[in-house]
Structure formats: structure tokens, C-alpha cells
Design a protein around this ligand. Sequence first.
Ligand SMILES: Nc1ncnc2c1ncn2[C@@H]1O[C@H](COP(=O)(O)OP(=O)(O)OP(=O)(O)O)[C@@H](O)[C@H]1O
Length: 234
Amino acid sequence: MIEFKGVTKTFGKTTALDDLSLVIPEGKIVGVLGPNGSGKSTLLKMIVGLNKPNGGEVLIHQQKPNTETKSHISYLAEIDYLYGWMTIQQAADFIKAFYTDWQEDKYRDLMKFLELQPSMVIKKLSKGMRAKAKLLLSFSRNAKLILLDEPLSGIDILTRDKIIETIIKDYRAGDQSILITTHEIQEIEGILDEVIFIRQGKVALQGNVEELREEHQASLIEIMKEVYWYENIK
Ligand SMILES: Nc1ncnc2c1ncn2[C@@H]1O[C@H](COP(=O)(O)OP(=O)(O)OP(=O)(O)O)[C@@H](O)[C@H]1O
């Protein structure tokens, strides 16, 4: 279980997270949704320990983010963090050196599934192929918690489908947790168990997707429009 207790994060005069409290349940696929700049990436970075709170605390199994908690997290960052000169195999070897939970079989299987080759040089890949390569490297680890920051951003519809298939391919419900930030809500809606809407650094709405749909008699997109309606008239 991940807990945010009154977490505030500021960057100069900008408040990215504003006294935010929430509990993220385990063993589920959770969507972290919200408009640009609402604080989604900051929230993910807090869990990895890349951003430290100015106030409040983040707890992962009752522990503040540390080397031990980090070792169970596979984090796919929004920015392109792969070294361009590396081949996919070299990037894999690099990650393997840091983590003990690397799964070679899964890596080979996903490589085929995503139609990638170990010898491909990262800087020569198209945007969609790079997105697939990032996903390959994230999902080749047997991590308890997978954080995906905008895995579908700028990717064509067919590749997006493939990425979503990869996310759920070997997903172990109940045992593994996946947190996804995205603006591609329609595409992702079908695989989400739980959703957290972030608005100006606070939780605007959180709940089980099925229950929210039932309660609102609406799709996630329509619920999102309800939650953020006032943003459009500012
Ligand atoms: N390192 C940083 N330095 C300065 N400001 C930052 C930094 N990181 C985030 N911010 C600011 O904090 C706010 C929240 O940013 P964040 O990236 O968490 O939003 P987001 O919801 O992920 O946005 P997007 O959907 O556009 O990716 C924004 O105003 C952003 O400009």
C-alpha cells in the first residue's frame, strides 16, 4: 500500500502537490489522470523518491522511499532516459547490472511480441519503437510496482494498442501494482481497476472504475469532463 499523507511539493513559486492525501491500493492497475500540470508526474516521482516532499510524507509499506523500496519499483519516465548510442541489448545489460529481478525469459518473449531486435540502436528507433523499447525494459523486471508515466504519449493508435496489450499481457492481478499516467483515457479505460483524478495538486476524485461508471452512469471520459468542467471556462 502506498500512502500520501498531506504531501506538498513546490518548485519555486509553483505548487505541484498541495497537501495531497491518498491511499493507493495494491494489486491493481490504477490510472492517475488529470490535465497538463496537475501534478501526475510529480506524484509518481515522489513514489520513486526522485522528488522529496516539502511537507507531509509518502509511505510505501510504511517506509519512506529508500533503496529497499526502490528495488521493487520499475519506473518508466516520461522523458527519454535511454542512452541513444546503446543498442537495446546494451540498455538491457545496463539495467540488469542494477536490479536482481531481471527476467531473461520475459525479456526475450516481450522482444518478439513487440517486434524489436536486441541489436537495434536506440537513437535510430522511431518514437513508437522507442516507447516500445522503454516498455520492454520496464516489464522485463519482476517488479512489484510498475510506474508508467505517459507510456502512450505521441504514439500512433496501432502501437498504442500493442503497448496496452503489453501492459496486461503477464499482469499478475493481486500481486503486482501498476500506476499509469496518461491523457489517452479512452484507450486505457478498459484495463483500469481504479482511477485517481488529480486537480491542481490535489485529489479531485478517486474510486473503482466500475463503481464510478455505475454511480455516474457515464464513461470515464464523461466523468472526467464533470470533474474538470470548470477548467474549460477559466
Ligand atoms: N523540476 C521542476 N521544476 C520546476 N517546476 C516543475 C518541475 N516539475 C514539475 N514542475 C511543475 O509542477 C507542476 C506539476 O507538474 P507535473 O509534471 O507533475 O504535471 P503533470 O500532471 O504530470 O503534467 P503533464 O500532463 O503535462 O505531464 C507544473 O506546473 C510543472 O511546471
